[in-house]
Design a binder for this molecule. Structure first.
Ligand code: SF4
Length: 504
């Protein structure tokens, strides 16, 4: 059996330009980033690379820094991956050689490990001479002790990702077969993980026992598909069957699908932010459409925090479903107040205050005639540091609005996420060191209100105990003491993480 995983040599991307290219969204906008999207399919007799390509495009919102596909034809695993959007990484030429009837794909946003080629996924390894590839959505919280233990055993790491630690645990297992090796590895890791593993003849999926990140099972004809979100099924006209349960281990091979509960579920804790913001509005979680859930968040917000206003507008696109819901419940008309530029790419310009301001204006431009001389309710999904909200307020006043009533369809963010979402450090959250009235003053709006946790739970319509609210209330469902300890080091430092922990 052979395996091929090469860094594309024909792509000219000088090191200097990589270092100086920055994402304008990152430097200018107060955005929150999801960590990754995964897509896997078993389709006997078919070539799956193109299907995975389309599936990944549907999951592009979950990670825009790199993309990769691994396929197996029953004998050989082939992998192609690179930095960039799915549509820029793949083309006819590099998809054509990816011949195989089983495959997994990954789109990545990096929070642990830099955005460099070697950190892109799927990652491949061998177990007792058998190749496997692995794709991960989530974030482990016990990486440092695992990495130390693995290095002690002689393991070497080529990347700085937590995913490679899982691959290494499988690779160095002394179990008889790969399924048992995976089970052993999974019993050692903690945190959030929705994992896809490809072997020569199997597609496997594992979801952590808390169910932090979504993972769904679908069917197209007789072919099973597993993806981060249901929107990836729609694009290839597949049928949503069910969610992969927290703690479940699914194996798909020539005998069909079998499943077992691998890990005891002490506490379900699906990330509530998937429902507020991350998951695509056309996806279903808990059999509920995300657009409809966000619409309800807006309705609850209107009940909790009414405003005397002429018009409801949203900060597009993520604030739109809640703004429409606010309008429906308050009977204040909804209108588009901003046009969003969806074509902003990467920039060579270093961040400065001027550039940050231009960045927001590049992305959002107010529709002056719609909002001039009006009392406006502006609905957004969250406030992180507050700098983007302040810019938006400034733009609206410059456009001639009379009053601004800002409404946020989530509670105040006060704690960082350790389970796969890149937000901000604790001190960066504006709500951590300011009251709502202070923030209102800072933003310069006439009124400001957030949706309460109870209002959020009412909008979701499911038991509060099934969700993680840690970034709002500090109740972390999985112990974070190890990651807190190591976070005082620069854990993105490539030299330290690439196997040199002893130097600390
Ligand atoms: S801390 Fe917040 S963002 Fe992170 S998993 Fe929990 S709810 Fe989601």
């Amino acid at each position: 059996m052979s395996i091929r995983e090469e860094e594309p040599a024909n792509i000219n991307r000088g090191k200097k330009s990589l270092k100086t290219r920055l994402d304008l969204n990152d430097i200018c906008l107060d955005e929150i980033h999801e960590e990754c999207g995964v897509f896997g399919i078993y389709a006997a007799g078919k070539n799956v690379a193109e299907i995975i390509f389309y599936g990944l495009q549907a999951l592009q919102h979950r990670g825009q820094e790199s993309a990769g596909i691994a396929v197996s034809d029953g004998e050989t695993i082939l992998i192609y991956k690179d930095l960039g959007l799915v549509s820029s990484v793949f083309n006819e030429q590099n998809l054509a050689p990816l011949q195989g009837y089983i495959g997994i794909g990954h789109s990545r946003y990096s929070t642990k490990g830099k955005n460099v080629w070697k950190n892109s996924q799927p990652i491949f390894r061998t177990f007792k001479g058998q190749s496997f590839a692995i794709a991960h959505n989530g974030n482990l919280i016990n990486t440092e002790s695992l990495r130390k233990a693995q290095i002690k055993k002689g393991a070497r790491f080529e990347t700085t990702t937590d995913t490679e630690i899982i691959a290494s645990l499988i690779e160095t297992s002394e179990k008889e077969n790969i399924e048992d090796a995976i089970k052993e590895a999974i019993s050692k890791i903690k945190g959030s993980f929705s994992l896809l593993i490809l072997t020569r003849d199997k597609l496997m999926a594992i979801r952590d026992p808390n169910g932090f990140r979504p993972m769904v099972l679908g069917l197209k004809g007789a072919n099973f598909i597993i993806a981060s979100e249901t929107c990836a099924f729609d694009i290839i006209d597949a049928k949503f069957i069910r969610e992969v349960d927290p703690g479940e281990f699914v194996i798909i091979d020539e005998d069909g699908l079998r499943s077992q509960m691998l890990l005891p579920v002490d506490r379900r804790s699906m990330c509530v932010f998937e429902l507020i913001y991350f998951a695509r509005p056309d996806s279903y979680i808990y059999k509920k459409n995300m657009y409809a859930v966000r619409h309800k968040m807006g309705e609850e917000l209107a009940k909790e925090a009414p405003a005397n206003a002429d018009l409801v507008i949203s900060v597009p696109d993520s604030g739109t479903p809640a703004a429409v819901g606010y309008s429906a419940a308050s009977k204040i008309p909804y209108a588009e107040g901003f046009i969003k530029n969806r074509y902003i790419g990467r920039t060579f310009i270093q961040p400065s205050q001027d550039i940050r301001e231009i960045g927001v204006r590049l992305k959002l431009n107010p529709l002056k005639d719609m909002i001039k001389d009006k009392r406006i309710v502006v609905v957004d999904d969250s406030i992180v540091r507050g700098n983007t909200s302040k810019q938006i307020v400034k733009m609206l006043y410059n456009a001639g609005v009379k009053e601004i009533h800002m409404r946020i369809s989530s509670p105040p963010l006060v704690n960082p996420c350790f389970y796969g979402i890149d937000m901000a450090t604790q001190t960066e959250f504006i709500a951590n060191h300011r009251t709502v009235e202070d923030i209102r003053n800072y933003l310069g709006v006439d009124s400001l209100a957030y949706l309460s946790i109870d209002g959020l739970v009412r909008a979701i319509g499911e038991p509060k105990a099934d969700f993680c609210f840690a970034c709002f209330n500090g109740d972390y469902p999985v112990d974070i003491s190890e990651i807190m300890k190591y976070d005082k080091f620069s854990i993105d430092d490539e030299d330290k993480l690439a196997g040199n922990l002893k130097k600390r």
